[in-house]
Design a protein around this ligand. Structure first.
Ligand SMILES: Cc1cc2nc3c(=O)[nH]c(=O)nc-3n(C[C@H](O)[C@H](O)[C@H](O)COP(=O)(O)OP(=O)(O)OC[C@H]3O[C@@H](n4cnc5c(N)ncnc54)[C@H](O)[C@@H]3O)c2cc1C
Length: 586
């Protein structure tokens, strides 16, 4: 007798989603539980209820999902084969079927991703499911309702350029949303706020859009490959290099702001703001480029001043003895003026390495001081292995973002551990040479590598673009902070009795996080109310206070990598839109 062919990935996914939809809409929690693995996860990105949270474990997942789904009348679950033909894949070493699903809720249409695991002699069970509101479909449906005017009949009226100038000026008009900081994070938030129909203004203290990159050290290129870094709506052209140089990304951001019609005030510093409960608005003080003060009254403020924006200057014992120049890495202008001069660089993160390399290239005598163990990973291919889902042939970026953001933290950890093991093998020769000269290495919590180091502490790693070889070859000297006895007027005295001359000390000692910005611009009371920002919350398994309502009404945070801002900015827009429509409490 002929054996029945195994069902295709599409048939399997469809059968599971049909059963899932029946169990969920029928309120049958027992049937629902039979569809999930014991170690399953549901990541809700505002798709079913206004929460960004991950529920883990069959029992709590099913209880939470049932309750939330009935609140928003989630229904019509189906496999979206047009978005992605369901396919076999390997995620964190596990063979899965992955598919895109869509559904309807009282908040709007939803989209998500499922990963099913085959069972011996039983239908496959879900390991992960994610649910998010479908921002694109929500905005498309709204724009279809407004009829565009083909041509202006009044030729004496304002043309596009004049309209834009008036829009940007905000004369006699208050923005719905003030976005503070116009790097990619602020710009990405503004583009989604505009698309959903909110009036947003971005301010940045820099003189020109893109100066956040333009003014960084010479020779800087982005570290992630170009397809990972796309902004929404306007992907980089295929002619762009694998790694974009700093001035090119700066110019791209400037063009993007123009093309996407983002209202942007350059040379404008945010001094601080206070919230008026009665008016449900902020009184925000800003200083314009010409020195004029202006008060704005937005309903919401989005802070996008970088998750690591304020220079961190640690207390380094006896540094006060040193009579030479001391610069934080953010103040380092370039290596040229330090040619043939001795320089000591504190730190072993990306900035420290890049500054050491630049100084060395200009003929300076460079010593790097290591304070704590650091992850070193070759920029190519090792560092890129964590971003495989964005590289090579595959579905459009929007769908890759749904797939990627559908992976819960526990699965990311498992996956990154495997990748880090692979990376260690690939980079073994370099890592051994580094250890030989005394470089202390580490590989992230539980060996999970650089991406989670970024999300927990905003750094602590170096993508090697050549500096590690210079250290291993002893062309750049490495010492440990514990080797230092004390600073002298012209350098360092080491514990072995030797001395080290220096004319410049660079403190590549990192940056303070957003908590510091809140305390300094909104006051201690607001900072206390909001609590820690960035880093994971144990209960929700999500980044704290990022892209979600915070305990301070009308205050929002965005930041992180290009890919994070591309994926999550839309949720700020969706929530503010719902608040302004009276559908969601501030
Ligand atoms: C060498 C290197 C390579 C990197 N490569 C990548 C990569 O490939 N992909 C990736 O995703 N990330 C990369 N990053 C990391 C990260 O994306 C960047 O550091 C990025 O600049 C963060 O963007 P942001 O918009 O959050 O903050 P920023 O770019 O720092 O922008 C914040 C803005 O806020 C403004 N601001 C601050 N305070 C105020 C105030 N009070 N009033 C008004 N304006 C204010 C600042 O002027 C600034 O323009 C890289 C970083 C480095 C150093």
């Amino acid at each position: 007798m002929l054996e029945k062919p195994a069902p295709s990935a599409e048939q399997t996914a469809t059968q599971w989603v049909d059963a899932f939809g029946r169990a969920l809409t029928g309120g049958d929690e027992a049937a629902l539980a039979k569809l999930f693995l014991p170690d399953s996860h549901w990541r809700n990105l505002f798709g079913i209820s206004w929460q960004l949270a991950t529920a883990s474990g069959n029992e709590s997942l099913c209880r939470e999902l049932s309750r939330r789904a009935s609140e928003v009348r989630a229904s019509e679950f189906r496999v979206d084969t047009a978005a992605l033909a369901p396919r076999r894949a390997v995620v964190a070493g596990r063979e899965v079927i992955e598919a895109i699903i869509c559904f309807d809720t009282s908040h709007g249409p939803g989209i998500g991703a499922i990963r099913l695991v085959y069972q011996a002699h039983a239908p496959p069970l879900a390991w992960t499911i994610s649910t998010t509101l479908d921002f694109n479909r929500i905005c498309d449906a709204r724009s279809r309702r407004t009829t565009p005017v083909s041509h202006a009949r009044d030729f004496a009226g304002r043309d596009w350029f004049e309209e834009r100038q008036a829009e940007i000026a905000f004369e006699g008009r208050e923005p719905d949303v003030l976005v503070v900081g116009g790097g990619h994070a602020g710009i990405s938030a503004a583009v989604e706020l505009k698309r959903i129909g909110l009036d947003a203004l971005v301010i940045d203290k820099a003189a020109r859009v893109g100066d956040n990159w333009r003014l960084r050290y010479h020779g800087l290129k982005l570290h992630n490959k170009t397809p990972v870094n796309h902004l929404r709506y306007l992907p980089f052209p295929p002619t762009f290099p694998d790694y974009i140089p700093k001035d090119r990304i700066a110019n791209w951001l400037e063009s993007y702001v123009d093309i996407m019609e983002i209202n942007f005030w350059t040379g404008t510093t945010f001094e601080g703001a206070a919230y008026e409960e009665a008016a449900q608005r902020w009184t925000a003080h800003v200083q314009r480029a010409d020195g004029a003060a202006r008060t704005l009254r937005p309903k919401h403020i989005v802070i996008a001043t970088s998750v690591s924006g304020t220079p961190n200057i640690p207390n380094i014992e006896t540094l006060e003895n040193f009579a030479g120049n001391i610069l934080h890495s953010s103040q380092f202008g370039g290596g040229r003026e330090w040619a043939s001069r001795p320089v000591v660089v504190f730190g072993t993160g990306t900035s420290a390495h890049d500054i050491c390399q630049e100084l060395h290239a200009h003929g300076a005598g460079v010593t790097m001081v290591q304070r704590s163990p650091t992850m070193v990973v070759n920029v190519d291919p090792s560092a890129q292995l964590y971003d495989q889902s964005y590289l090579g042939e595959g579905p459009p970026i929007d769908i890759r973002d749904v797939l990627n953001s559908g992976i819960p933290l526990a699965v990311i950890k498992a996956s990154h551990k495997l990748i880090t093991n692979e990376v260690k093998k690939l980079d073994a020769a370099l890592l051994q040479r580094l250890e030989k000269v005394g470089f202390r290495l580490e590989f992230g919590e539980d060996g999970t590598g650089w991406p989670l180091k970024f999300r927990t502490r905003g750094g602590g790693y170096y993508f090697n673009v050549g500096c590690s070889e210079l250290i291993a070859d002893r062309k750049i000297r490495l010492i440990q902070a514990t080797d230092i006895r004390r600073f002298t007027a012209d350098g360092l005295e080491l514990r072995d009795g030797s001395t080290l001359r220096a004319e410049l000390v660079v403190l590549a000692t990192g940056y303070k996080g957003l908590d510091h910005v809140v305390a300094s611009r909104f006051g201690e009371a607001v900072a206390k109310r909001v609590g820690p920002i960035w880093g994971f919350d144990d209960k929700t398994q999500e980044l704290r206070n990022m892209w979600t309502r915070t305990p301070q009404p009308g205050l929002w945070f965005t930041g992180g990598a290009f890919s994070q801002c591309r994926i999550y900015s839309r949720y700020i827009a969706l929530q503010i839109d719902a608040i302004e429509a009276g559908k969601l409490a501030k």
